[in-house]
Design a protein around this ligand. Sequence first.
Ligand SMILES: [Zn+2]
Length: 221
Amino acid sequence: MRTEAGQMVPNRAGEGCIPEILRNLNSLIHELPDRIQSKPLIGGPFGASGYVLASMGFTLSGLHCVTYIVFEERHWVAIGAAHTKAEALQQGRAFIRHLGPHRVAELAAQIAAERVASAVVEKAARAEEAAAPQAEPRKKNAVPRRRRALFEKFGGQCYYCACHLELADKWHIEHKLPKALGGTNDPENLVVACAPCNLRKRDRTDTEFEAIERPALKVAA
Ligand SMILES: [Zn+2]
């Protein structure tokens, strides 16, 4: 359909996948509107129905980039986004031209409502997450069952220097055959070690380490 002015008159049948395109565009810049509203805008409003060109800086793969976004100002829903002002404006204007300002406003209201709904869902999920760890602190101080079992197996002593360790302290679970040499987490390969022994042992096997270090350690003890 064409008006006397020669413009496309939008109708819902002719919209095709435009609402989906706008939704995708807005899902990509989901969290930006809040940030942009608190920042100075470039370009300012344009068009009679209140559209705004805004810029947003962000870092992509370590490079600083700027994206220009055209918003429908009432709902802060994006109708154009590009790396140049010209392209963003062109995209925004194409949507307005094709759908008409009224339909753009309707779609923007819809997308904004969906955004609020998903924010509510996210907020609820976050609140649930925040509430869950309440049971955690007691757990946090508890020694994991396997760590405790290993500690008890070695009588709370360092396998190498036989120094006395405290269960709650930061003693190390040591791989007799180092992981670097193919050692596994199999209980048979695990021993209890004090930090100094474990750090001195590095990537040596228990046999190598004992041959070099243990006599000295024994004398010292
Ligand atoms: Zn030790």
